[in-house]
Design a protein around this ligand. Structure first.
Ligand code: T3D
Length: 261
């Protein structure tokens, strides 16, 4: 397996865990860590062994967004090169990989770090974590899909206030506002997220992946288009091994054994 310098990557029991590991800078992204994350996500996308992904980080922060040293370095990449190289590919992968991705936010998630957490399918956060749309503190606009995702999670008024003011939103507030799935004790965060991912890794991966595709489309489709998309993907799901196994197990009154296909 490929080795990485800026993240940790492991696979066990059908669950891949990606751990950001630039602890001294609160796991802010430079090109090298972005390359590692992109390569790890691409591996998760194509590996049949991997049926769920946990996205987390080491240290006291989850991710402080862009590494501001890289972004301001003499002769360094231009802002749009950073967005092209780092954030757009990562968000496209998080949303495009047709497998469940569980965010486990272990500490502050600022700027792109917050929006990466919201791009995961189901996000847990330790109770000490905070979410900050910190872009406006440095005169930038939110990226990493934040202006797409956050208003859909919390509504336009709250999203605007969070973005204009760079409010610090606690994990418990984030849960109550629907920005994340659940705030849990810091000490049990990784265990809870991994347990959840392990259960998902034994469920019908193909059908879950198609569901993710439908959820993605629901942001922009009309009801009519969405009904047509559901019809088409229901037909596809109906052809899977796991659908047949689920029906068989139901009538045989036993637990189904899904293969993910
Ligand atoms: O070109 C572009 O920028 C385009 C891309 C944009 C995407 C973005 O994400 S823009 C937003 C960038 N991120 C930020 O503006 C957040 C900056 N960081 C903070 O506001 C604070 O660090 C936090 C609120 C996240 C946490 O505060 P605190 O007090 O808990 O920690 P700290 O002391 O500020 O940070 C700890 C260390 O991490 C510190 O280094 P030191 O003094 O111990 O050597 C700090 O400099 C470093 N650090 C934190 N964030 C970044 C960073 N170093 C580089 N880049 C960072 N983003």
């Amino acid at each position: 397996m490929k080795t990485y310098e800026n993240i940790l990557f492991s696979v066990a029991d059908g669950v891949a865990t990606i751990t950001l590991n630039r602890v001294d800078v609160l796991n802010s992204f430079n090109f090298e860590m972005a390359d590692d994350v992109i390569n790890a996500l691409k591996h998760c996308q194509t590996s049949d062994e991997i049926r769920a992904i946990v996205f987390t980080a080491n240290g006291r922060g989850f991710c402080a967004g862009q590494d501001l040293e890289e972004a301001t370095r003499e002769g360094g990449p231009r802002i749009e090169e950073i967005v092209d190289h780092t954030y757009n590919p990562i968000i496209n992968l998080l949303r495009g990989i047709e497998k469940p991705i569980i965010g486990a936010v272990n500490g502050v998630a600022a700027g792109a770090g917050a929006n990466i957490a919201f791009a995961c399918d189901i996000t847990f956060a330790g109770k000490s974590a905070k979410f900050i749309q910190s872009f406006s503190n440095i005169g930038l606009v939110p990226d990493s899909g934040g202006t797409f995702t956050l208003p859909r999670l919390v509504g336009m008024q709250r999203a605007a206030a969070m973005m204009f003011m760079a409010d610090k939103v606690t994990a418990e507030e984030a849960e109550s506002l629907g920005m994340i799935y659940k705030a849990v004790d810091d000490a049990s965060l990784l265990e809870e997220a991994t347990k959840y991912a392990s259960i998902l890794a034994k469920r019908p991966t193909k059908g879950i992946g198609l569901t993710k595709r439908l959820l993605n489309q629901s942001f922009t489709n009309s009801m009519e288009e969405q009904l047509a998309a559901e019809r088409a993907l229901q037909a596809e799901a109906g052809q899977t091994y796991d659908h047949k196994e689920g029906i068989k197990a139901f009538f045989e009154k036993r637990k189904p054994e899904y293969k993910g296909c």
